[in-house]
Design a binder for this molecule. Sequence first.
Ligand code: 8OZ
Length: 364
Amino acid sequence: MSASLLTPVAVGNSGLNNRVVMAPMTRSRSLQPGDVPGPLNATYYAQRASAGLIITEGTQVSPSGKGYAFTPGIYSPAQIEGWKTVTDAVHRAGGRIAAQLWHVGRLSHRSLQPEGALPLAPSAVQAQASVFIVDDHGQGLMAPADTPVAMTLADIKAVQAQFVEAARNARQAGFDFVEVHAANGYLFDQFLAQDVNQRSDRYGGSLENRARFLLETLDALKEEVGEDFIGVRLSPWCTINGMQQEPGEAMTLYLAEAFQQRNLAWLHVAEWGHAGGQPLNDAFRNALRTRFRNTLIVCGGYDANSAEQRLQQGTADMVAFGRPFIANPDLVARMRRGTPLAEADSATFYGGDAKGYTDYPTAV
Ligand code: 8OZ
């Protein structure tokens, strides 16, 4: 089974061993203080290096890009050193790894922000969503996202510069690629969404204006690290994190065409149909395929069989798996052999130590 899922694929200017992607997953286990990746994270990712491509958990490009306690960053020298140990371990194990560059925008809380500032967003519109903070006793808890402040043009330029610097840091830390997180209601997604983005300048209003912040950032990244190094993640019809079904078809297809014009390495589509969101229909999948001809990755509730069908349909080139990779570090070998999959324990998804992180055994 999984005839094509387990065949090699060319992405950007790299050859990957198979079409199985380890999806980006927040696990909130960076070293404190400083949100620094460490040896535990290196072990976790190296255990999963038989994936054709690993995409890391979101890593904030700056202190203001943080929206949850204990997520790692990629802006300080210590973080770059920490990520080096991760990429080295993955490369030694024969894998390839992308850093997912992340800014949460309004999905944050003043207790996580530099000097207790309010989070940044396209407009001062609060998300109906919760974020993970730490109380005065170091105990984690969920809290409503704060009402953000609208970004000035200087803020927009500053965040774009943070992404460029983060991409440079990623290259320095030995990553094979970066993925820009423009999905799931975070900063770029907030600019795309008509209800969240209420700006009246060139970054708000029309579809083209709402897309401008993302596309300008990608142009700046391309100049810095080259298009072969860059993927982007989108989540059409996303309804998590305070989103209301945006970006829809018109925006997603417009962006797909813009990504192809820039010859970016991949477009990664987070689907929410498996979790109560609107499923993508075949007409949309075909339209996306026509517009984006480099590597298309899909993610969301797939198993080996449904992934194989999607590849056969021709509307994806790779399929990303999230939860299955948590409890099955050897997911690729299990798919090859048809070995049953272990179930992940949701109590240890976020925060904590090796338990539920690096202690899931391989099948053989
Ligand atoms: C779960 C918990 C915290 C963050 C996403 C980065 O939804 C996330 C995330 C997921 O893309």
